[in-house]
Design a binder for this molecule. Sequence first.
Ligand code: GLC
Ligand code: CA
Length: 531
Amino acid sequence: MTSFRPAPAWLADAVFYQIYPQSFADSNGDGIGDFDGIAERLDHLAWLGVNTVWLNPCFVSPFRDAGYDVSDYLAVAPRYGSLDDLAKLVDEAGRRGIRVLLDLVAGHTSDEHPWFKAAAHDPTDDRYIWAAEGRPDGFVPSPGTRPGAYLPNFFAFQPALNFGYARANPAEPWRLPVDAEGPRANRAALRTIMDHWLGLGLSGFRVDMAASLVKDDPDKTETAKVWAELRHWLDGAHPDAVLLSEWGEPEVSVPAGFHGDFFLQFGGPTDGLALRSLWSNGEGTVNESWDPLDCFFDRSGRGSPRPFLEAWEKASTALGASGFISLPTANHDFSRLNCGPRTPEQLPAAFAFQLTWPTLPAIYYGDEIGMRYLPGLPDQEGSVLGPRYNRAGSRTPMQWDEGPNAGFSTAAPDRLYLPVDPSPTRPTVAAQRADETSLLHLVRRLVSLRTHTPQLGSRGSVEVLHAGHPFVYLRGGRYLVVVNPQEREASCTHDGARSGVPLEADGVAVNGSTIAAEGFAYGVFDLGPDR
Ligand code: GLC
Ligand code: CA
């Protein structure tokens, strides 16, 4: 196994905050969020206590997949501002102790990228995967003078960059080896792109579809080699930068070279079951291929933390100290926490769990106030993937205030990127900032507790005392965490439990070895150092 330089020390303490730039904050009233808007809201993020922002793609793009169709990796999309505006944002974030990560779309470009436009007219160009004649299964007819068809990576307008095939097949002459000229040029291009942004003060990347590079690579050996090569380069050239993968299988992605990976709604042998078994209540973004399941954070109490714990155990044992697993509240492809039958009273327990688990927690913008997933929105820039898989519901404007545009400057509502939650009771930052009993204040206190208590962080130990209702675990041998996501009260006994100082609790009582939790209750207790 290749050995990498240990992750930069700052990563262990990261609390991520994912910003969808289109929808976060609009500084100039054109209805689309932008860099200056984010910069103006950095005080919110600093107040909340998050220290690492991940921005979805903000590069030049025709925006048919909301920016995941890049047509220039080295320039920012004018709708978000200028390169100077991004530099200013990164600088102002840095002054508040906040790092900024960009999104690296490694596996494909837009069909409007100059590389692709050139390839579409040049039969000798192998930067993309091109069948010289006909239209093999899954390929898209050539748009240029070059005959044949190309392989897309996601939507048809996202041609796969050619990183080669793991195996040859005489029946498929378009398969090139991983060391062919095009694949080598593409690997070099990734390095150039990373070097460019890291040189400007960015702290790393979330890598889109990181497992997709080398084709017909079932065990991902060849794809892993691409990342290992890049990680070795990064370790030398930018040792303080990090790579996080959209892969969903940390036991594969971290040995490949990533510093961390996300638990996702898909990926790995169970197709994302670990994350979905926590949050996915059958509404919001649903892939038709998913079997219905009872998630743990549900009022019915039919779910269990066990599928998550099994996946966690497997991945964290495989990783040891070599990398991290990030657990998101949601993301731009997956339902928000407040979705379907889940109601705001259920959210505190979810955050109490996420922010006291030995993960790198990732808060999706707006989840800290309990923004609602909005069902049934029209397709916007490629948001609809299937009849029940509409990503727009998770991408609506950040609800800053009570105004008609939720704080999106003076834009007329019909110019907003997506509509604002029309509910008269929609949560807003302004109202929750003024209310110390709000979810926002709770999330802030939990982030602070975690930040100031190493045992609650990503490196502290965890011992599960009760994997059911209530869910009970001990962090660092000292901090007892209890969450009861169901509506009914629940109790359990455990020798390791005893009453301690409640640091953050609502509805949980510990009497001797008995732990009693009301419906939707949560508690974090300090049992003291001499346990
Ligand atoms: C990733 C992104 C998603 C995008 C797709 C294609 O899954 O998260 O938003 O549509 O890749 O780039
Ligand atoms: Ca704007």
